[in-house]
Structure formats: structure tokens, C-alpha cells
Design a binder for this molecule. Structure first.
Ligand SMILES: [Zn+2]
Ligand SMILES: [Zn+2]
Length: 411
């Protein structure tokens, strides 16, 4: 039985820090974003300011996951030339935050350049034991045949996993290439690497079948709050990613594979906006139930599915009691909001398997689902009557929800 108790308590963290690893560690909830961009690729901010932005928002961990790069070594970017407005505005923000002398600038071959801090330097500035850590990551990024894109995030690595995108490759071939890189890295180190397939509907790239083939993946992004990810489908050819997730997991379980867990992430590219927009920091996150705030402990907990996703609803209890056959969900409510807890799963019937059905819907802040014995898996989705965080269109509104992971599949 996993009993995931309520929110993070500073006293628990302090105790963990003081006791060290010889004591039985208490579990605490850690809030994190697993998908973030900086000037190291196509994000619009310096990495130390990105990290600080999340830290100030109360996050406990952050993965900078730039495209096909880890932030190591020396890197300078040009300003006052290309991308002028973005870089100059970010320089102003970063100087305001860290001091007028913080950024190193130079002129090279007639171009004004500013130095990007590598992760090891950013860590010294923002990390605090038990309070905030960085998890080194990369977004493996490949353009493939038919204009599709295969992106996946490897969390908790310490060097670049060098994808060699091949525009002739099919999605399956490129996913296999990403998987080989992750597999080889995992074999070569003892680091737990959490590997997630990103935004399946971006550029109409992935379908459920593709997610069945990646046997070594831990997760898929079910909510990515950058634009054009069509998390909720497009009402035409793209199905909601949650439905794709359930279809893929149903097939995976029928084949004896473990299911994919779901991840919610910002995929942040835009910073310094007056109000939240798609691509902003702080819209979608994971809450990880872990014995410690270290990259290894967080990655391990996520590999085990000890986390839930949120776009603005906090859960007090996520308790799957296997012997009793119950999944209990309790919300940490906000005044004035009304909550509904849906239990969704795939079930065996006389006519075959019904995929991704709402098996029970309970109004209120606490609900218990009792297994019937016909479920391949069950998960919970919590919604509320708050207005959307971002109004965009019917398919891309960001609404306040929480999603727990599929359970009851271990037989
Ligand atoms: Zn991507
Ligand atoms: Zn991205």
C-alpha cells in the first residue's frame, strides 16, 4: 500500500537533511517541472534566471531540457543583432535579478556576445539542500519523415545523448534510436534515468501504436502547455492525448509490458510576460512523492510512478491499496471551488475491452474506487469549476486539473 500523505513539511526536510541516509526517510511531496528551455537552445531566458523563476514560484526541482544539448562548457550568444529583443530584454531581467556585473559580455568579429552560464555554475547560484535542485536533462529532438517530430526527455543524465536525426526515418525508427541512446546510457551508468516521450500530437507526429513500441520509456507527456501540442486533440484527425495514453497502455498491458506514466510539463520558452501565456513558466507540473530531494531519488520515484500531474489542483491523498482493491483520492481544496473526481480505466467486458471509460464520477473532495476485478488499469482525474487558467480555444485552454497514474495493473 502506498500512502501518499499531504504536502511538504519543512520540518521533514530539515530532518532528512540532518539525519542523512542511514535513517528511514519520510516521504514528502516535491513540485517540479521536467521540461524547460533556455538560451542554450530556443528558450527566451538565461538559465540562472529560469532556475530562479521556478524556485521563486515554490518549485523544488527543475529540469533544463534544451534541444540536443546539455549546458556544459563555454557558450556565447549574440545580442544586439539577431534575436535582439529577446536577448536584450532577458539581459535586463537577468541584470535586475543578479546585479549589473552579473553577465559577461564581449565583442567578437564585430558581434556583441554574452556568455551563457553552464549548469554547474547555475547550481551554485540556486541549489539549496532540501529546498531546490536542478536535474540535468536534454530534449532529444528529431525531425523525421513526413514533417513529423520525435522529441523525448531524458532526465538525470550527465552528458549529451547524441541523436543523429534522419529525415528519412519513420517515427518508430527514430523512437527506437532515442531508446537505444537511453538504453546504452542506462547500461553504462548506475544513474536512474527517467525517460519521457513528449507532446505526441505536436506536428501530428505520434499515434498510440508508436507509444506501444517504446518498451523502455517511462512516460508520455499528457499535458504540455506550450502551443500547438493539441493535448485535447483538434476535433478532427487528432485525438486527445489522454485517450491516446489509455489506448497505448491498454495495448501495452495486453502485451505484458508496463504502462507509461503521464507527465504534465510547461515546455517553457517564454519568460517575462505580463500574464501567463502558453509557453509560460508555472502552468503544468508534477508532484513527486520521494524520500529525498536529489536527482536520483526524484528520477527513481518517477520511474516507479510515485507522482501525479497538476495544472492547479493539489491532492492530499493518492492511496492505492492493492490488497483491499481500493484507490482513494482526496483533494486539498481551495475555498469556493467544487471538485469532481473521475476514475478512468480500461475494462474487460463480454464484448471485448472497453478503453478509457469513466468508471465512476464522484462530486466532492474525497472519493474511493473499489476494483471490480475486470479493470486492466484505473487512474483518477480531478477537475473543478474554476475558470481556465488560460483561455485559448476549446482544444488548448489550460484548465485546472490533476491526473494520477494508472494503478491496479500489477497482477
Ligand atoms: Zn519538444
Ligand atoms: Zn521542449
Amino acid at each position: 500500500m502506498i500512502n501518499l500523505s499531504t504536502s511538504l513539511r519543512p520540518a521533514v526536510l530539515l530532518s532528512l537533511a540532518l539525519w542523512g541516509s542511514c535513517q528511514a526517510a519520510e516521504l514528502a511531496w516535491y513540485k517540479g517541472n521536467t521540461h524547460t528551455h533556455t538560451f542554450w537552445s530556443d528558450g527566451g531566458e538565461f538559465p540562472e534566471t529560469v532556475a530562479d523563476t521556478y524556485k521563486q514560484k515554490g518549485y523544488h526541482f527543475l529540469a533544463l531540457s534544451d534541444h540536443n544539448v546539455v549546458s556544459q562548457g563555454e557558450r556565447w550568444i549574440t545580442y544586439a543583432a539577431d534575436k535582439t529583443a529577446t536577448v536584450d530584454a532577458a539581459m535586463q531581467r537577468t541584470r535586475a535579478r543578479w546585479g549589473a556585473d552579473h553577465l559577461q559580455v564581449r565583442e567578437k568579429e564585430g558581434k556583441k556576445q554574452v556568455r551563457l552560464w553552464p549548469l554547474n555554475e547555475v547550481r551554485k547560484l540556486v541549489e539549496q539542500p532540501g529546498r531546490f535542485i536542478m536535474i540535468e536533462s536534454e530534449e532529444l529532438t528529431s525531425g523525421v519523415a513526413e514533417g513529423k517530430q520525435v522529441h523525448s526527455n531524458a532526465l538525470n543524465i550527465d552528458k549529451r545523448l547524441p541523436v543523429k536525426p534522419n529525415k528519412e526515418n519513420t517515427v518508430d525508427q527514430e523512437l527506437a534510436a532515442h531508446q537505444k541512446l537511453v538504453h546504452d546510457y542506462r547500461q553504462g551508468t548506475d544513474q536512474p534515468v527517467f525517460w519521457c516521450i513528449n507532446h505526441p500530437n505536436y506536428k501530428s507526429s505520434l499515434i498510440a501504436k508508436n507509444l506501444v513500441g517504446v518498451t523502455e520509456a517511462n512516460a508520455v507527456e499528457i499535458m504540455n502547455t506550450s502551443a500547438t501540442c493539441f493535448n485535447r486533440g483538434n476535433g478532427k484527425d487528432l485525438i486527445p492525448v489522454e485517450q491516446m495514453w489509455d489506448e497505448a497502455n491498454t495495448a501495452r498491458l495486453q502485451q505484458g509490458l508496463v504502462p507509461l506514466y503521464g507527465v504534465a510539463a510547461d515546455d517553457t520558452h517564454k519568460y517575462g510576460e505580463d500574464k501567463p501565456v502558453l509557453y509560460s513558466p508555472g502552468l503544468a507540473w508534477v508532484m513527486v512523492h520521494s524520500p529525498a530531494l536529489t536527482a536520483a531519488a526524484i528520477s527513481t520515484a518517477m520511474q516507479q510512478g510515485d507522482f501525479y500531474c497538476s495544472t492547479g489542483i493539489t491532492l492530499e491523498t493518492v492511496d492505492f491499496d492493492q490488497p483491499a482493491g481500493t484507490l482513494t483520492i482526496a483533494v486539498a481544496p481551495e475555498p469556493g471551488l467544487h471538485y469532481t473526481i473521475d476514475f478512468v480505466g480500461s475494462v474487460k467486458t463480454a464484448d471485448g475491452i472497453q478503453i478509457g471509460q469513466v468508471l465512476q464520477s464522484t462530486e466532492g473532495i474525497r472519493a474511493v474506487y473499489k476494483l471490480k476485478g475486470t479493470e486492466l488499469f484505473v487512474r483518477a482525474v480531478v477537475r473543478c469549476d474554476a475558470p481556465p487558467v488560460i483561455k485559448y480555444d476549446d482544444f488548448s485552454n489550460v484548465e485546472r486539473k490533476a491526473w494520477t497514474q494508472p494503478v491496479a495493473w500489477k497482477k
